[in-house]
Design a binder for this molecule. Structure first.
Ligand code: SF4
Length: 135
């Protein structure tokens, strides 16, 4: 059956593996046949992020970005004191919508729109029984 694909449709790595008689993993092969950086970037990105995760500073997380917005007040942390999922304000701006985008976890890898928050929310907190607030 004639193929619509050019003769060099397979990347050199996958072709070399096939010629060497190695079994090519279908998932890996697909990654090689598509844009590798795009496939990897999709895997690193959470729904609701302004751009591909992993393109910002590697030592930082979305929690450290001024655009990342956690829920306010008592909903900021879970019952166990773990920082709740939040929204990316840059996503809202870029997608030209007034509604907040999908919430995602604070530990998401940063994107290229990262701007450091001088006072990022803490990852964990304890509930102060006397005031009813997080400390
Ligand atoms: S790094 Fe900042 S701008 Fe990028 S997705 Fe995270 S919160 Fe949004």
């Amino acid at each position: 059956m004639p193929s619509n694909y050019p003769a060099d449709w397979m990347t050199k790595d996958a072709s070399a593996e096939k010629r060497a008689g190695k079994k090519v993993d279908a998932k890996l092969s697909l990654e090689k046949l598509t844009e590798p950086t795009l496939v990897g970037a999709r895997g690193r990105t959470e729904k609701g992020q302004a751009h591909w995760g992993g393109e910002g500073p590697s030592a930082k997380r979305c929690r450290h970005c001024v655009h990342w917005t956690p829920p306010e007040g008592i909903h900021m942390y879970s019952v166990k004191g773990v920082l709740a999922k939040g929204w990316c304000q840059e996503y809202v701006k870029l997608s030209n919508t007034k509604a907040p985008g999908p919430k995602f976890r604070h530990g998401a890898l940063t994107c290229k729109h990262f701007i450091e928050n001088p006072k990022p929310p803490r990852e964990f907190a304890k509930l102060d029984a006397s005031t009813g607030g997080w400390v």
